[in-house]
Design a protein. Structure first.
Length: 76
């Protein structure tokens, strides 16, 4: 994937969120979560990831000169 320098931090942030989520899932799966880690915390991190992915998609679209946001079918 090729992105501009202005857009590059956006997928980087999403990647960071994915790494954190993966670690949390593995710790929960093995029954060794850190203090204050739970499925509820995982849910919140997933919500944050979706926001970062949306920001990444929108930034890439702007970088390509496609400013209009496209909603998936059925989204309102």
């Amino acid at each position: 994937m090729i992105v501009s320098d202005a857009v590059l931090p956006l997928p980087g942030a999403a990647n960071g969120s994915l790494r954190q989520i993966y670690g949390l899932v593995k710790r929960l799966d093995t029954g060794q979560p850190r203090q204050d880690e739970s499925v509820g915390v995982l849910s919140g991190r997933m919500d944050d990831l979706w926001e970062r992915l949306t920001d990444s998609r929108d930034g890439m679209r702007r970088g390509l000169g496609v400013a209009a946001r496209v909603e998936p079918p059925g989204a309102e």
